[in-house]
Design a protein. Structure first.
Ligand code: 2P0
Length: 331
């Protein structure tokens, strides 16, 4: 094969993963419920690089430290050896790019590690089951366990892999707006932010205990496609995550003044009867759950908030797409 290209989407948590039961291998302490952002894409291409001394990984044209990816690459390479691939040791060039800001709290690690895992599985023709791909992607980044699927996913506390709950067709009228307030990389990575929260926030244990209750209620709201019930649960999840993390020492605080202004604007929009339930992750961007009916009115209002630089709008879905180029020009 000449190249494998995989497209994936970031996984937006409606109910949040924040904290690890097991450090190093990303076993989550809190269960998460998420949806794939169909219109935001990560595109990753794998080719052979036989003259290179080792693998290389670039994102947006910038060479990355290989050790960030070695857990996933080494695991899949071992599988390639075990399945008798004679090309398992040939160095690979991995080129990845995002249609949205990288490492800025828009879950680029979820779509990135999912794309890498699926691309290497395809490259070495391993055909691993989805749960196994999810397990391997998780070792790169916890949220990547969910991006392997797309649609609506669940990643239970203490679990090694995520699972698909519903396809995008389950609730196709949902829309997600991403209000970008800062395009720079985040000040504290999720990994460090979670660990700091776990080790120093007096509210961490309460967050973990409460998250168990929240996810059960949210699963039922999703099963009933009730945005009236899911919205408030989403809000409780992100604000309780933030509550525990800003109480860490030193605090883990991602919000900017514009983030707060968007949160207030969402409250006003809801007061006017529009669907606009916000959530936030490890960054200053605000993501807003809305519907096809209301998305344009919500977009217009949020665009007028001072400090909002761009708004991305996405449908739900984001299932991975694999393209194999066998080097045949087709002529
Ligand atoms: C989530 N986040 O559920 C939560 C909510 C951010 C806030 O998963 O350490 O990059 O690689 O497992 O997956 C972002 O953290 O963390 C994240 P690691 P990850 O989407």
């Amino acid at each position: 094969m000449a190249a494998v290209t995989v497209q994936t989407s970031p996984s937006l948590a409606l109910i949040k993963y924040w904290g690890k039961e097991t450090q190093g291998i990303n076993i989550p302490a809190t269960g998460s419920l998420a949806v794939g952002l169909h219109d935001l894409r990560t595109k990753t291409t794998v080719t052979a690089d036989p003259s290179a001394e080792c693998d290389s990984v670039s994102i947006g044209g910038t060479e990355q430290p290989l050790h960030h990816f070695s857990t996933v690459i080494d695991t899949l390479r071992e599988r390639a050896h075990a399945s008798g691939r004679t090309d398992a040791d040939t160095p690979l060039a991995v080129e990845s790019g995002n249609s949205f800001p990288t490492a800025a709290g828009i879950a680029s690690s979820s779509s990135g590690f999912a794309a890498l895992t699926i691309a290497l599985d395809a490259w070495w023709a391993l055909n691993l089951p989805a749960a196994e791909l999810s397990r391997i992607a998780r070792t790169g980044s916890g949220s990547a366990a969910r991006s392997v699927f797309g649609g609506f996913t669940r990643f239970q506390a203490g679990s090694e892999s995520a699972e698909a709950l519903y396809s995008a067709e389950w609730w196709p009228e949902l829309r997600i707006l991403v209000a970008i307030t800062d395009t720079g990389p985040k000040t504290v990575g999720s990994r460090d932010g979670m660990e700091r929260t776990r080790s120093s926030s007096p509210y961490y244990d309460a967050w973990v205990a409460d998250a168990r209750v929240l996810i059960g209620k949210a699963e039922r709201a999703l099963a009933d496609r009730s945005v009236e019930r899911l919205g408030p649960l989403m809000r409780e999840s992100y604000l309780r995550m933030v509550g525990s993390s800003i109480a860490a020492s030193p605090p883990v605080l991602y919000w900017l003044p514009a983030s707060v202004a968007v949160i207030r604007a969402c409250d006003e929009l809801r007061g006017e009867g529009l669907v606009a339930w916000e959530t936030m992750d490890a960054g200053p961007q605000v993501k807003i759950l809305s519907t096809a009916r209301d998305v344009e009115a919500v977009r217009e209002r949020i665009a007028s908030v001072a400090g909002v630089k761009t708004i991305l709008v996405s449908g739900v879905g984001g299932s991975p797409v694999v393209t194999r180029d066998n080097g045949d020009s087709g002529l």
